[in-house]
Design a protein around this ligand. Structure first.
Ligand SMILES: [Cu+2]
Length: 156
């Protein structure tokens, strides 16, 4: 093996852990009040986002930046889940994998009891272009006059 080839091999071996590194990000959903914590997450391609439903009933539904409290057609939704008002049920988790880190992901909580969580500012983002833009998104959510009830109301 030439010195050049060995150097190349050494470089490749050094890079392997970087290439295969897959980070896991935990986002807690509505444990202390109606919000996601953290509200914004920076994630790379292949990273996993775990939404941990440790509190009352909430949801994670994808929206667009333009319409913060409306489901994005074809977007993801966890469905309503949580431990209930007295936190007696098991902690559930809903996960997603980031396939395109250059595309900001905007989401909100579609729960509407007792009032729209989205309008209270329960929104979040993965890879927002800036914190300022996330703030605009959250401010816009608080201005939304009505959250479509869609099919996400809690079943009795
Ligand atoms: Cu909520």
């Amino acid at each position: 093996m030439t010195n050049g080839a060995m150097l190349l091999l050494a470089l490749v071996l050094q890079l392997v852990p970087l290439i295969s590194a897959q980070s896991v990000h935990n986002v807690s959903v509505g444990v202390e009040g109606s919000f996601f914590s953290p509200q914004t997450t920076s994630a790379g391609e292949g990273d996993i986002i775990n939404f941990i439903f440790g509190g009352d009933i909430h949801d994670v539904t994808q929206s667009s930046f333009q319409a913060p409290c409306s489901p994005l057609p074809g977007g993801f939704s966890s469905g309503l889940m949580g431990r209930g008002p007295d936190f007696s049920l098991p902690t559930l988790m809903w996960s997603m994998t980031i396939t395109n880190a250059s595309m900001p992901i905007w989401f909100f909580c579609a729960a509407t009891r007792p009032t729209s969580h989205c309008q209270e500012g329960m929104v979040g983002s993965i890879n927002p272009p800036s914190q300022d833009q996330f703030q605009q998104f959250q401010n816009a959510a608080k201005q939304v006059s009505s959250t479509p009830a869609v099919s996400l109301s809690v079943q009795q």
